[in-house]
Design a protein around this ligand. Sequence first.
Ligand code: GDP
Length: 466
Amino acid sequence: TEQTATETSATITERPPIAAIATPVGEGGIAVIRVSGKEAIANVNRAFRGADLTEQQSHTVHFGKIVDERDEVVDEVLATLFHSPKSYTGEETVEISCHGGVLVTQAVLETILGLGIQPAEAGEFTQRAFLNGKMELSQAEAVADLIHAKSAKALDSAHQQLEGRLGEHIKQFRQQIIDATAMVELELDFVEEDVEFANKEQLKQLLEELDQEIDSLLATYETGRLVKHGVQTVFMGLPNAGKSTLLNTLVGKDRAIVTDIAGTTRDTIDVDWSYDGLRFILTDTAGLRETEDIVEAEGVKRSQKAFREADLVVYLKDLSHQLTGEEQQDISSLQQDAGETPFVLIGTKKDIARPVDDERIAYDLKISALEGAKIEDLKQLMKQRALENKHYDASSLLVTSSRHRDALQKAREHIRSALQALEQGLTGDFLSIDLRSALKDLGTITGEITTEDILDSIFSRFCIGK
Ligand code: GDP
């Protein structure tokens, strides 16, 4: 799918004007309609009663009225003007702030569209910003992440990317490869004169360094994924173990239904919960036991799926009941099935625990949701276990996008095969091919090299008006 790799340039192209509501749908004090493109100002001016907008300076705000074709007032507005290239998109832009009602906003937008301006597609403003060199591709993606961020850490991470920190790393990698390629290709020029390989040792060292650096960036992806999408956490245990109660205690509202009839949690319920900057998606399961009941059996199937996809498993054992051999078996086989996935074993209902229990089982923690005992410890434990063996440092750059991970992996492959070629004493042209491929892969992250496919998939994630 390497059809139309294009090197993008930073010259501003003014495309036909587009318009969209840039603020969320709903009632608010104000709403903003963004109009961007060739002669955006002159176009809006046709429906604007107030100062002549075409005669005003960039970055000025003007009070006036938007009127329809019969010259009837649609709304009183403020028009903010941006001359090219000093705007979000790089194009001439007008932002019309109108009153925030759904109908008013819609009416203003329709008036603008009535001037012959096209409605903007999802992400089209940001796409234009990218095409005009106002931002790198990874920064454009960060805008989407910023809008969708659901926890403090995810927001942080998007901000860093927006500042271009990932882009800087990638640029530095590319520069290193360009240097290496130059070494190799210089060597190619002298091949007939039988010059000794351009400094094989130095080249090897450069490539090895690069391999390592890409490696450590890739290692942040697992953490990046958790931070961005949240930790999929599944609560397991026998019916009545106290799963729903704990869930309610954590989230602080009655989201899961608590009853004391065994098997009542028939479906999985997902609840969004943030703790200390990290987002968790908590799933209460129906339990994994065999059942005759069809509805319950469906629940069991979903529980198994949730278990397989979990980033963290929390097993709850009711301390007021004696541990049966069967449950003990269940627990150890679950622990085994969890494999690498962190598994936390919690004793519940500590307040009514039987004095005799558990030489046979090692709890990570014993809690009482009813009395609120050890709940804070549990929260900390969940965060710690979810992120164990993961690079997690509040200030470090994270790779959060699978597209970036794929590109980095491909680049690393090419660098490794260049290293191999070097060790096997293959000629410079083999090396050169590998290095150029690596260069291309890295270029897809920042957008030096883009294909239509990549652009489409990225910008379709945006909402209209961005
Ligand atoms: P689930 O089936 O695992 O979701 O269990 P529930 O959360 O519905 O709890 C089953 C029963 O145990 C309910 O009657 C709860 O009130 C009770 N329960 C839950 N947690 C505690 C606790 O910490 N202490 C005591 N004494 N009872 C609890």
